[in-house]
Ligand binder design. Structure first.
Ligand code: SF4
Ligand code: SF4
Length: 331
């Protein structure tokens, strides 16, 4: 079975290269062929109800964006775009909801190999049912999978067992967790279990307008992830209680975000600042971030760099391309 570079390196290299923007740009060019980066949420529906979720639990996005498009419609649309790195997330992508039009199986059967697809799923599904078609898709397409582990919704043992079954069948994947303080006491033991199984375990910081880590919590988390809200992150205003530093960035030009009804936004933070109650403090006008709709032929990427953006970037915003104005002016 073919393996590609994402299997081995995706998370580790991505973390370390955030330290150096020039190295990251060279890396992106070599690994992704300088592809466009697109985050796509084809569905906001989910069978979990994680307390920290900005999409379902707190953002109420499934109710706000009930319209969906089929897997084939999404794949056909992407196949008309340039080769891209597509970060596919949700909602839960593998959910089979009666009456729902979205299907990840149909999407993977139809997506062109010119794209790299990075999937995130909560792995709540039955591996016996999914394995036959997922194994085939994995052997034919360029896919990387991250399984997000949500301890408030599932136990580690069945989660780990499923990852092992998938790996035995050639589906190498990464596990991830959202590092909210409620999981701190178990983090070390989770890491040991994933390490013992030879599974890469990515600890993602919790970036949220209503939350800030204490210094003690940062010092604890840095053991698991070398990029935890370090100086560079602070400069870019990831700490939501500070006034964001103005940034120049290529969101909307070199990367975008698509949501279930096909609306396109310049970046994830822009989408949240327009639509999420959690981001009320940074409420933005839709016209500031909206790039049209990919299904009614009104989608239009920007042909300019955004200047002086005063909104706080969020987890799917590509930090390497957002530069504080003061820093870019110095260069
Ligand atoms: S699994 Fe993901 S989308 Fe679903 S509730 Fe949890 S964080 Fe939200
Ligand atoms: S600086 Fe951050 S919030 Fe502003 S447009 Fe760029 S990615 Fe979005």
């Amino acid at each position: 079975m073919e393996r590609h570079i994402l299997d081995a390196n995706y998370v580790d290299i991505k973390s370390s290269i955030y330290k150096n923007r020039i190295v990251k740009k060279v890396y992106d060019w070599v690994v992704y062929g300088n592809k466009h980066k697109i985050v796509c949420y084809p569905t906001f529906k989910c069978n979990y109800d994680c307390p920290y979720c900005n999409v379902r639990t707190r953002g109420k996005m499934p109710e706000k964006f009930p319209e969906e498009h089929s897997g084939k419609e999404w794949a056909d649309m992407f196949n008309r775009l340039e080769p891209s790195l597509i970060g596919l997330s949700g909602g839960e992508l593998f959910l089979e909801v009666p009456g729902s039009t979205w299907s990840i199986r149909e999407f993977l059967e139809n997506i062109d190999r010119k794209h790299i697809v990075a999937i995130t799923s909560n792995l709540s599904w039955d591996t016996d049912k999914v394995l036959p078609w997922l194994t085939k898709a994995r052997s034919e397409k360029r896919i990387h999978i991250t399984f997000s582990f949500h301890p408030s919704m599932t136990n580690i043992e069945p989660f780990l067992e499923k990852m092992k079954i998938l790996r035995k069948n050639g589906i190498v994947s990464t596990a991830s967790i959202v590092a909210v303080p409620a999981v701190f006491s178990q983090l070390e033991s989770f890491k040991q279990k994933f390490d013992a199984a030879g599974i890469r375990f990515a600890v993602h910081t919790f970036l949220d307008p209503a939350f800030k880590y204490t210094q003690e919590q940062k010092d604890f988390l840095i053991k698991f992830n070398g990029t935890i809200r370090d100086k560079e992150d602070d400069e870019l205003s990831f700490d939501f209680d500070n006034e964001p530093v103005p940034k120049n960035c290529v969101a909307g030009k070199d990367y975008y975000l698509f949501v279930p009804n096909g609306d396109a936004y310049a970046c994830q933070s822009g989408f949240f600042c327009v639509n999420s109650p959690v981001h009320e403090k940074w409420r933005a006008n839709k016209s500031e971030f909206h790039l049209g709709n990919v299904f009614d032929n009104t989608f239009k990427p920007r042909n300019f760099t955004t200047t002086n953006c005063k909104y706080p970037c969020s987890e799917y915003c590509d930090r390497a391309y957002a530069k504080p104005v003061a820093v870019s002016e110095k260069k």
